[in-house]
Design a protein. Structure first.
Length: 144
């Protein structure tokens, strides 16, 4: 039930990693408002992303971070899933890893913690489409 997506870029691992922790770079592919977002790139640091008016990750935190290697953070879905998904005790987890292969960097995303109920499966399917679109956008940004 884990969402797993991978993209590859010509950018260095360090540069690719920065697109997940730097608000200016996040604005290029994931968030819409840097003033309403807050990223503190350290364990237990804020990972509050303002994606749009109906989707933000306020109260989410970085669970683990290894510079230029991986980042794992809690995740909130959009407001339409508030009734079951967005309680602090029910948050899903996103882990992103960065691996250098020859002269490229492989970026792998795993989004897990989905329960088996129909509501969770609908939320998972929504997030699969969301992450496919966002990872495609990130790939385009990294190649420009």
């Amino acid at each position: 039930m884990t969402i797993e997506l991978t993209i590859t870029t010509q950018r260095s691992r360090e540069d690719a990693f920065s697109y997940w922790i730097n608000k200016e770079k996040l604005r290029n592919w994931l968030i819409t408002d840097i003033d309403k977002s807050s990223v503190h790139p350290r364990k237990n640091g804020k990972y509050w992303l303002y994606i749009n008016d109906t989707h933000n990750t306020h109260e989410c935190t970085i669970l683990t971070i290894k510079k230029s290697q991986d980042i794992k953070f809690s995740w909130k879905g959009p407001n339409e899933f508030d009734e079951f998904l967005n309680f602090l005790s029910e948050l899903t987890i996103v882990k992103v890893t960065f691996v250098e292969i020859e002269e490229k960097t492989k970026i792998s995303l795993q989004h897990y913690g989905w329960k088996s109920s129909e509501d969770y499966q609908n939320a998972r399917n929504w997030h699969l489409k969301f992450w496919e679109k966002k990872m495609e956008k990130l790939s385009q940004v990294l190649e420009n």
